[in-house]
Ligand binder design. Structure first.
Ligand code: IPD
Ligand code: CA
Length: 261
C-alpha cells in the first residue's frame, strides 16, 4: 500500500490521536464539569488539525466532519469528487470518563466511492488502514476477518445510539443476540468496533443510528479484510443511512435472520 493519500491520512490520524491522548490526561485531573469542557476542546483541536492539514495539502477536496459538518474546499466548490469524512474523536462518552476506548476515524470518498480509510486508537497505538483493492492492515500487517461461521460461537458487538429511546427495536435485537451469540459487547466507539470486525476480534457488529463519519473508514476496512457490510435487510450499505450490519460474511445471514425476528 503505497498511495501517498493513505500515508497522508495515517500521519494525520496519528497526530490527531496524539492531541486526544495529551488532552485526556488533563481532562482526568479536573472535576466533571471541567472535564466535559476539556473533551469539547479535545474534539475541536483534533478536528482543526485534520481539517487544516487537508486544506493545506489537498485544497480542492471537500470535507465532511462531525463537528463542523460539510465544508467547502478552498475554491468554494462543495462538489469536488474527493470527500474526506472525519470523526476527530469517536467514543466521546468513553473519552469523557477516561474509559480507554476511542479513536480517530478518517475516510476518503472519490465520486461517492470509499477509496481509503484509517482508524487510529492512540492509547494502544493501533493503526488500522485500508485502501480500495489493496487490502487492510493493522500496524502495517495484513488483517482478515474471522472464520467463525456459527452464531453461537460468535463474539458480536453493537452500539447504543444517543437516541436509544426512539429506537425501541434496539432492545429486542440486543436481547435476541445476547441469547443466540457466544457474547455481545458494547464498547462505545463504532469506528473501532468496525476495525475490530476487520481484524477478527469481533465476528459481527450491528447498530441503528450511525453517521457517515462513524462508518466511512471502518466499512472500507471490513470490505478490504474480506468481510461484508449491508443494511439490516442485507441490501448494499449506504453510509449516509443509519442502519449497519457488518460481519465476517459467514454470520451475515444468521444475523439478518435474528434482526428480522
Ligand atoms: C458514537 C460512538 C458510539 C455509537 C454512537 C456514535 P461519538 O460516536 O461511535 O459507539 O454507539 O452511535 O454516535 O459521539 O462518540 O463520536
Ligand atoms: Ca462518532
Amino acid at each position: 500500500m503505497g498511495d501517498p493519500l493513505l500515508t497522508f491520512a495515517i500521519n494525520v490520524a496519528r497526530d490527531a490521536g496524539g492531541i486526544l491522548v495529551d488532552k485526556l490526561g488533563r481532562a482526568l485531573q479536573v472535576s466533571n464539569k471541567g472535564a466535559i469542557d476539556l473533551v469539547t476542546e479535545a474534539v475541536l483541536a483534533s478536528e482543526k488539525l485534520i481539517i487544516e492539514r487537508i486544506r493545506s495539502h489537498y485544497p480542492r477536496h471537500s470535507i465532511l466532519a462531525e463537528e463542523s459538518g460539510a465544508s467547502e474546499n478552498s475554491s468554494g466548490n462543495t462538489t469536488s469528487e474527493w470527500k474526506w469524512i472525519i470523526d476527530p474523536l469517536d467514543g466521546t462518552t468513553n473519552y469523557a470518563h477516561g474509559y480507554p476506548c476511542f479513536c480517530v476515524s478518517i475516510g476518503l470518498e472519490r465520486a461517492g466511492k470509499l477509496e481509503l480509510g484509517v482508524v487510529y486508537d492512540p492509547l494502544r497505538n493501533e493503526m488500522f488502514a485500508a485502501e480500495r483493492g489493496q487490502g487492510a492492515t493493522l500496524n502495517e500487517r495484513r488483517i482478515r476477518v474471522s472464520a467463525v461461521a456459527e452464531l453461537n460461537q460468535a463474539m458480536l458487538c453493537t452500539g447504543f445510539p444517543y437516541n436509544v429511546r426512539e429506537r425501541p427495536d434496539f432492545a429486542r435485537d440486543f436481547s435476541n443476540f445476547t441469547m443466540k451469540a457466544q457474547a455481545v459487547r458494547r464498547d462505545g466507539s463504532a469506528a473501532l468496533d468496525l476495525a475490530y470486525v476487520a481484524c477478527g476480534r469481533f465476528d459481527g457488529f450491528w447498530e441503528d443510528g450511525l453517521n457517515p463519519w462513524d462508518l466511512a473508514a471502518g466499512v472500507l476496512l471490513i470490505e478490504e479484510a474480506g468481510g461484508k457490510v449491508s443494511d439490516f435487510a442485507g441490501a448494499p450499505l449506504d453510509i449516509y443511512s443509519p442502519r449497519v450490519l457488518a460481519t465476517n460474511g459467514l454470520v451475515h445471514q444468521s444475523m439478518i435472520a435474528v434482526i428480522r425476528g
